[in-house]
Design a protein. Structure first.
Length: 431
């Protein structure tokens, strides 16, 4: 039975730096709840609109514009488009309100709630961002939204935390991706939850009742030289990525799976649906539905993970959250990534209790995430340096008629001409 259980839809898309060109005007394939009717029925869940819709973007716009702070205008237009689409295709005409949005450079997150339900009970909304690019700049990093949902009829409230991340790219940079994750845990900080024993100390993403971590996490295949797949060519691996049996084999070489489920070095406590059930989300030829670009090996770079207070650390692969849908949307062809979507049914709200504190996630006894004492310094160092880089980059792009490289060349030529003029023209400054 799903009565009283919140239904959460999470959608994530790396739009390949395309700004306003990054999405078609019709988002029905990606965001419309009506398309999940058969999935819901198969899971024994009545067909209904999600209570919460979370939409994350990576590479939202060209990097120089993101550094310079132009992300806000792009995300405003996305907000209006997304809201109109999820309401247009809601099965019973449900209306939604924006709970929160946050953006840092090209990483953006928008959260919506149903007006006839959860949106009425949302309080204590908080947003946060952090960067883990060079000098903590935000070309890589994460944005987060946390809010509390008050209990119905005096029940215990729950805290939900959503994190959209973009981690370091390229297969050989696994160690940096692992570092990125731990940096995000230490610096994407929120105020303490109600009833906390340390009411003045910031908390990590794990201080919550339900945690959702998703985005372009950039994990690739790591095929050992002795593995049978090591002799396969990229076209052969791509062919396996379109076959479920082949994907089951490829799964064992997925870096994220290895580091989370085998080595336990990352994403502690987080669960995931059967990602190998759908084709890899990266890297596709632009304009193609099912043709990989062999400049890179195919990979499940885009992922959605979750955990709940009701999940036991002694059963790390089991979850009280029902994963009703987890897939890519192949019809989107303007990016080298395919968007992904998950539909998650949360456990029933906790029973009435004398405690005023929301329940929080149980973590393995060996893992103790702690806030970074320099989190604020690191975040603002990255923000300020990013702005400076963005302004200079934008100026060079303007001088170069759309190309920063030509802008540098034109600047050098201009300085040379000015120097020549100073030494050759009578009466020029400096002569």
């Amino acid at each position: 039975m799903s009565e009283g259980r919140l239904l959460v839809q999470i959608a994530s898309y790396n739009t390949n730096l395309q700004a306003e060109r990054g999405l078609p005007q019709d988002l029905v394939d990606w965001l419309a709840p009506t398309l999940q009717a058969s999935v819901l029925g198969a899971q024994g869940v009545e067909h209904r609109a999600p209570d919460i819709v979370a939409v994350g973007f990576q590479e939202l716009l060209p990097l120089h514009l993101g550094f310079a702070g132009f992300s806000r205008s792009v995300i405003e237009s996305r907000d209006a488009l997304i809201l109109s689409q999820i309401e247009k295709y809601a099965p019973n005409g449900e209306k939604y309100s924006l709970i929160a949005k946050e953006v840092n450079v090209g990483i953006a997150l928008l959260i919506y709630g149903r007006d006839d339900g959860v949106a009425r009970r949302v309080c204590d909304v908080q947003t946060q961002w952090t960067g883990c690019g060079p000098a903590y700049m935000g070309n890589k990093g994460a944005v987060g939204v946390r809010f509390r949902v008050s209990g119905e009829d005096g029940g215990v409230s729950e805290v939900l935390t959503f994190v959209n991340a973009h981690l370091t790219a390229h297969g050989h940079r696994l160690a940096q991706r692992i570092h990125d994750y731990h940096h995000i845990v230490g610096t994407l900080l929120f105020p303490p939850v109600p009833g906390s024993s340390n009411p003045n100390d910031p908390t990590t993403i794990y201080a919550t009742s339900h945690l959702f971590f998703f985005g372009d996490l950039n994990f690739r295949f790591a095929i050992p030289p002795t593995h049978a797949l090591s002799t396969r060519s990229l076209p052969e691996l791509a062919q396996m990525a379109f076959d479920e049996t082949g994907r089951s084999t490829l799964k064992e070489c997925d870096q994220l799976y290895q580091e989370r489920d085998i080595n336990g070095r990352i994403f502690m406590g987080l669960r995931e649906g059967e990602f190998w059930k759908f084709p890899c989300s990266y890297k596709y030829r632009l304009g193609e539905v099912d043709q990989f670009d062999f400049k890179r090996a195919p990979a499940w770079t885009d992922r959605i993970m979750y955990t709940s207070y009701a999940d036991s650390p002694d059963a790390p692969t089991e979850s009280s959250i029902s994963n009703l849908l987890y897939t890519t949307i192949p019809s989107y062809t303007t990016s080298d990534h395919k968007p992904i979507v998950a539909l998650l049914l949360l456990p029933s709200a906790p029973a009435h209790s004398t405690s005023t504190s929301p329940p929080t996630i149980q973590l393995p006894a060996t893992y103790h995430p702690r806030p970074d004492s320099l989190a604020v310094v690191k975040r603002w160092t990255g923000r300020i340096l990013g702005r400076l880089v963005g302004y200079v980059w934008c100026l060079l792009t303007l001088i170069g008629a759309g190309s920063a490289g030509f802008g540098i060349g034109n600047s050098i030529i201009g300085l040379g001409v000015w120097g020549w003029w100073r030494t050759r023209v009578p009466g020029a400054p400096g002569v």
